[in-house]
Design a protein around this ligand. Structure first.
Ligand SMILES: [Zn+2]
Length: 389
């Protein structure tokens, strides 16, 4: 690292010129072929180390210029100023949003970098190693049961999944395990409470333990992931970076949950989606909003059990987010001046009737089904709402 820093900041020094000439390193690496050039002291070239054929497009790849270089030369440079530079100059859209949120997370910089690398699917799982011809198999070496993708490594692999299931509230499970890599990281680090911190540290601890299992033959252990994460959390709390009075674990609510009627002069709509939860629920909100508006409702509470969808509606999403058209449509309609709309999140237990009705959607022959009386399948759910469950 020291040599690399010197090569960038002391270009006039003789030793830098010699090294640059010897290893054919250009001004910023953009003229250097990653696989075939001779750029690592003591090693011929990386293509000689590959265990299989390297695809032609990989062989043509050169180093990329990273924004880090833009801040070098100012004087004292830290990772934080590089990140700011990236935010201001380069990264756009959801990438920029991801950075901002990661940057606000009170976790060590290596954890932020790891999560950013992970969000770009660039950590060295077997899936990536095989693509780069570093190995012949993309199967997970721990469970031997699936391709070792980034999401598999930090979320879905057997004991890791168990870790998350012990940590997250039951009403998060559906969405939590259904999201793709970027949405999963983005939505969890967007959480305003200390959850973003615990999430980031958990992912980091899982990855560290995974490497120790694979490369040092250590035993897999849920307890040690939890202990490692707790230790980090404790340090961060003691440093005053998060409020120690906050509950560190997002526990499910203990009180009885039931559907609650809206205030006087307000109407309430409960929505739910039956498949592909986030997408279906976002569509359900949009369609229900149109239905309420066409029915002349003046004051509406729209309630859903997907925290992700409710947060997306409340906070908006970037223009390149796949759900942008739906979310923007919902926000536009809700903002119209001639009615009042609020969005609220409820736990799944408070949304049971909508949940049952959504599950009937698969067997309904037409686009919209209207019941003048509750169908018999809803009776138990309605009784639960009365009692609380
Ligand atoms: Zn696995």
């Amino acid at each position: 690292m020291k040599i690399a820093w010197g090569m960038i900041t002391k270009k006039e020094k003789l030793w830098v010129k010699v090294l640059r000439e010897k290893y054919k390193i250009g001004e910023d690496g953009k003229d250097t072929f990653f696989w075939t050039d001779h750029w690592i002291p003591g090693i011929n070239n990386l293509s000689a180390l590959a265990v299989g054929p390297i695809p032609q497009e990989e062989l043509r790849k050169k180093f990329v210029t990273i924004p880090l270089l833009k801040t070098i030369g100012i004087g004292a440079c830290s990772i934080s100023c590089s990140l700011r530079s990236m935010l201001q100059d380069g990264a756009q859209g959801s990438d920029s949003d991801m950075w901002k949120k990661l940057w606000r997370c009170p976790v060590p910089e290596r954890v932020k970098f790891f999560l950013w690398t992970l969000s770009h699917d660039s950590v060295m799982t077997n899936n990536q190693r095989k693509r780069r011809s570093f190995c012949n198999s993309d199967i997970c070496p721990i469970c031997n049961n699936a391709i070792e993708s980034a999401l598999h490594a930090v979320r879905d692999c057997g004991h890791v999944k168990e870790y998350w299931l012990n940590l997250i509230p039951s009403n998060w499970k559906h969405d939590f395990f259904d999201m793709d890599l970027q949405d999963w990281i983005h939505s969890n680090i967007s959480n305003k409470s200390e959850w973003n911190t615990r999430f980031a540290l958990s992912v980091w601890s899982i990855w560290k333990q995974r490497n120790e299992i694979i490369f040092k033959n250590k035993a897999r252990s849920l307890v040690s992931i939890k202990m490692m994460t707790d230790r980090y959390m404790e340090g961060i709390t003691k440093a005053g970076l998060i409020n120690s009075s906050n509950d560190l674990n997002p526990q499910p609510e203990k009180e009885f949950i039931r559907w609650n009627p809206p205030d006087e002069n307000w109407s309430k709509m409960n929505v739910d989606g039956s498949c592909c939860p986030v997408l279906a629920e976002a569509w359900a909100v949009k369609i229900d909003l149109e239905l309420a508006r066409n029915s002349g409702v003046q004051n509406l509470v729209l309630e859903a059990d997907s925290l992700i969808v409710i947060n997306m509606i409340k906070n908006g999403v970037e223009i390149d987010h796949p759900l942008f058209p739906i979310i923007a449509g919902i926000r536009d309609m809700a903002d119209k001046a001639d009615w009042n709309v609020t969005f609220s999140h409820t736990l799944r237990e408070g949304n049971r009737v909508a949940n049952v009705l959504a599950s009937l959607a698969h067997s309904c022959p037409i686009y919209m089904q209207v019941w003048s009386n509750p169908p018999c399948m809803c009776v138990n759910a309605l009784q639960d709402d009365v009692r609380g469950a």
